[in-house]
Design a protein around this ligand. Structure first.
Ligand code: HEM
Length: 237
């Protein structure tokens, strides 16, 4: 019984990655759409980042409605074709001096790794952002791997030109990188990773992923407010 439920869930994953749109998909703006994830309950802004003529990495971002004026938490979800060994998301839209969310498959889940680059070489660990995997939305099937993690520290940082804060109700340019090469130690969040193929950029409209019940949804997915900054599945580094 458990096994067939798991298979059904994974089949659903494939449908949401490339198949017919689910009832939760409502196109609203060029590039970014709103996606309601039935599994986690979060409303995400979603961008399908094409890395070849026929394949996408799906990036999703859920934010709290009425985010505080300083740092605020997010939930990031990505659905990645199995041909890719790692992916990276650069919150500031370039490689250097901004939070990098790096992930690679590790058995039936993914390892999420917090990184920061000071140049065009392997990024080091970054303690300014921490990730906690939700207890749903983390899985691997025959075609894709998917992670869903809360990030504390992804939306504010000190960059090359000073303090940066992503507007929770606006659009900003992000960058992503990927490789078919695998992480050397997939269970470690400080694994070395091979250099990426050509990186690329997209503009994400964060206003399409607002959640009035953000903290309640985190709780429903196994992350209590009390665990903020205390329990980290994959960090801090
Ligand atoms: C494995 C370690 C990595 C190495 C050795 C590496 C190396 C490089 C190099 C040499 C370039 C310059 C390419 C050119 O000018 O033609 C570059 C650019 C870039 N890399 Fe990486 N990189 C690594 C990891 C990452 C990660 C994890 C990200 C996260 C998203 C990333 C994002 C980018 C982006 C967006 C660019 C475009 C130029 C820029 O924004 O600076 N890289 N990288």
């Amino acid at each position: 019984m458990k096994f067939s439920l798991a298979l059904a869930a994974l089949a659903g994953l494939e449908v949401t990655a490339f198949g017919r749109p689910s009832t939760g998909v409502q196109p609203r703006a060029e590039g970014t759409i709103t996606y309601v994830d039935q599994e986690t309950g979060f409303t995400f802004s979603e961008y399908k980042a094409a890395f070849s003529l026929s394949a996408n990495i799906v990036f999703r971002f859920a934010l709290p409605s009425n985010a505080p004026s300083g740092p605020y938490n997010t939930v990031i979800q990505a659905v990645v074709p199995n041909q890719l060994g790692w992916i990276g998301l650069a919150w500031g839209g370039n490689m250097v001096r901004n939070p990098l969310t790096v992930a690679y498959p590790n058995g039936q889940k993914a390892t999420v790794s917090s990184r920061w680059a000071t140049g065009h070489s392997t990024p080091g660990a970054y303690t300014g952002a921490t990730y906690t995997l939700l207890n749903t939305g983390n899985k691997v099937n025959g075609s894709h791997w998917q992670f869903t993690a809360k990030c504390a520290g992804c939306t504010t940082w000190t960059g090359t030109s000073g303090s940066v804060r992503i507007s929770p109700t606006g659009s900003s340019r992000l960058a992503f990188a990927y490789s078919t090469g695998k992480a050397a130690s997939p269970s470690s969040n400080t694994s070395t990773i091979p250099v990426h193929d050509t990186p690329n950029y997209f503009t994400n409209d964060f206003s399409l992923g607002q959640n009035p019940n953000f903290d309640a949804l985190l709780q429903r997915n196994g992350i209590s407010a009390a665990s903020d900054g205390v329990v980290f599945v994959d960090g801090p580094l």
